[in-house]
Design a protein around this ligand. Structure first.
Ligand code: UFG
Length: 327
């Protein structure tokens, strides 16, 4: 039996693929390569195609024995979702529904879903627990919230069981430096800091300095991508064993402001990184910090990496990728 990883050529999917492979699982990766990179698929069988293409997905399901599906094939830029909501609803909601229906047609009932802390919106209690009200304030968060509700209904009606993970800010890279974060264009804070550190951009724009936080900049909980990968393995194993749907917040329980993150990256890279203060970016909540006690209790999971580890591993990968691109 194999684990199907859709979106396995993307940032988080590729790390989960490698992690599962190392843990002894057979994996099958489906990706349409619209955002992902074939170079990031370092193991497993690969099929290039779209999760919205039902005939293609039926071919994948009938050629491989699939025990569980992990879904990473989403658009995930908060700012872009505000500007282009139609693309987000099409890709993140409609295509996910088609994927779930392909699973039903092929009698696969275990689904691991990448959701997000963006489903909570402006948090009223920090750290954010799984029972915190979900009121997304941007289309990206809303698309993920809709799928969470869809999964609840598919479980009730069709017995399709799910494990929902709400990530806080995924960061870092494979410590072996084989894969890492690779977005085009890049919008995430840590790789943008590296672009400024290496002269690819003049400065990092700090989006908003008047938030109700200690230094006025947004606070985020950065969780290393390998910690996420471990949680996916544990969550999937529990889902298969118990047959009970669950949701978990995956964060470290500690927040860093944009300024603190830039300062730490300056120390690690040894470059004094220039910044410009700009307007707030639409759709950004001031503070997102996750409580991870539920995952700790039910999955025996605890993050092993710190923000420093995330910046260091991401920097090592960034430098390696730069060198390869220059060759
Ligand atoms: N930021 C800047 N300047 C930049 C880029 C980002 O100040 O050039 C700020 C943002 O405003 C935000 C913080 O840095 O406050 C982190 O921004 P990212 O773009 O790195 O990450 P987001 O928090 O916007 O989004 C990420 C993922 C989402 C996920 C979310 C959860 O892209 O999928 O984390 O917080 F939902």
């Amino acid at each position: 039996m194999s684990i199907l990883i859709v979106g396995g050529a993307g940032y988080i999917g590729s790390h989960v693929n490698k992690y599962l492979h190392r843990a002894g699982y057979d994996t099958v990766v489906v990706d349409n390569l619209c955002k992902g990179h074939i170079e990031s698929v370092c193991c497993g069988e690969f099929f290039c195609g779209d999760i919205g293409d039902e005939a293609f997905m039926d071919r994948v399901f009938s050629s491989c024995k699939i025990e569980a599906v992990m879904h990473f094939a989403a658009y995930a830029y908060v700012g872009e979702s505000v500007i282009s909501p139609s693309e987000y609803y099409e890709n993140n909601v409609i295509k996910t529904k088609l994927l779930l229906d392909s699973m039903r047609r092929n009698s696969v009932n275990n689904f691991i879903f990448s959701s997000t802390c963006a489903t909570f919106g402006n948090a009223t209690e920090i750290p954010i627990t799984e029972t915190h009200p979900q009121n997304p304030i941007n289309p990206y968060g809303f698309t993920k919230f809709v799928v969470e509700r869809m999964l609840y209904d598919y479980d009730n009606a069709y017995g399709l069981r799910s494990c929902i993970f709400r990530y806080f800010n995924a960061s870092g890279a494979d410590p072996e430096c084989e894969i890492g974060e690779w977005h085009e264009p890049e919008t995430h804070l840590i790789p943008i800091i590296f672009e400024a550190a290496t002269g690819k951009r003049a400065a990092v724009s700090i989006f908003g300095t008047d938030y109700p936080t200690t230094d006025g900049t947004c606070v985020r909980d950065y969780i290393h991508v390998c910690d996420l990968a471990e949680a996916h393995k544990l969550g999937m194993e529990r889902l298969i064993k118990t047959g009970v749907s669950e949701n978990y917040n995956l964060g470290c329980g500690k927040g860093y402001s944009v300024r603190e993150t830039i300062n730490m990256a300056s120390e690690i890279t040894g470059v004094n990184i220039a910044t410009i203060e700009t307007e707030r970016r639409k759709g950004d909540p001031p503070t997102l910090i996750g409580a991870m006690q539920k995952a700790e209790k039910l999955l025996n999971w605890k993050p092993k990496y710190s923000l420093k580890d995330s910046i260091e591993t991401a920097w090592n990968w960034y430098v390696k990728k730069e060198k390869l691109e220059k060759k």
